[in-house]
Design a protein around this ligand. Structure first.
Ligand code: GTP
Ligand code: MG
Length: 192
């Protein structure tokens, strides 16, 4: 997969607008501000391709990117309190509507902040992925904010809390690039 060729495809504000799934898809999901868009930029090796913000709620639509015939899907975050109830509902509808469609779900990268114990919404996300039988890997984000031994400790703890195997968890940082090669391996296995 030649990530250099990454390009923005399109942005969709409603599920009805989504084009049919014609290629393998890799979706990035997780709570608001967990680092979804930043991780995609790091994967692509392209700083500004995906819009990032320190303010939660940056990604308000479903954004499609294309790399070498594989579609990468940047989903809005869930659980962010500071938008209206109506906007929250629109995001929730986008996420659940996307996964309810007949699509080629090759891999879901489910992001969880490594600094904290798994939160209610993290549990709900993983339970949903397990119940739906979707192939997924959990990427723990912002690992640069912890030392090495604390990273390992949190990775084991969060895997246990979520009830998944330790090898279904990848420790990542969009600052340092930690874990990005491992994620690329998992993506290649899932898509090729
Ligand atoms: P929404 O689109 O709002 O749901 O957020 P998102 O999950 O796409 O997060 P985004 O990539 O916009 O990043 C949110 C904030 O976290 C930004 O200030 C990023 O710079 C920061 N951030 C993301 N990843 C990392 C990381 O690996 N390390 C550090 N230190 N900061 C990060
Ligand atoms: Mg985002």
């Amino acid at each position: 997969i030649n990530y250099q060729t990454a390009r923005f495809e399109a942005s969709y504000g409603t599920v009805a607008q989504l084009p049919a799934s014609t290629t393998p898809e890799v979706a990035v999901a997780g709570r608001s501000n967990v680092g979804k868009s930043s991780l995609l930029n790091k994967l692509f090796g392209r700083k500004g391709l995906v819009k990032v913000s320190a303010t939660p709620g940056k990604t308000a639509n479903i954004n499609f990117f294309e790399v070498d015939g594989i579609r990468f899907v940047d989903l809005p975050g869930y659980g962010f309190a500071k938008v209206s109830q109506k906007e929250k509902q629109r995001w929730a509808d986008l996420i659940s509507g996307y996964f309810a469609q007949e699509r080629s779900f090759n891999l879901v990268i489910a992001l969880v902040d490594i600094r904290h114990d798994a939160q209610r919404l993290d549990h709900e996300m993983v339970a949903f992925l397990q119940e739906s039988g979707l192939p997924f890997v959990v990427a723990l984000t912002k690992a640069d904010k912890l030392g090495r031994s604390k990273q390992a400790q949190q990775a084991a703890a969060i895997a246990r809390q979520l009830g998944i195997d330790r090898d279904q968890v990848v420790v990542t940082s969009s600052e340092t690039g930690l874990g990005v090669d491992e994620l690329r391996r998992r993506i290649a296995e899932a898509c090729l």
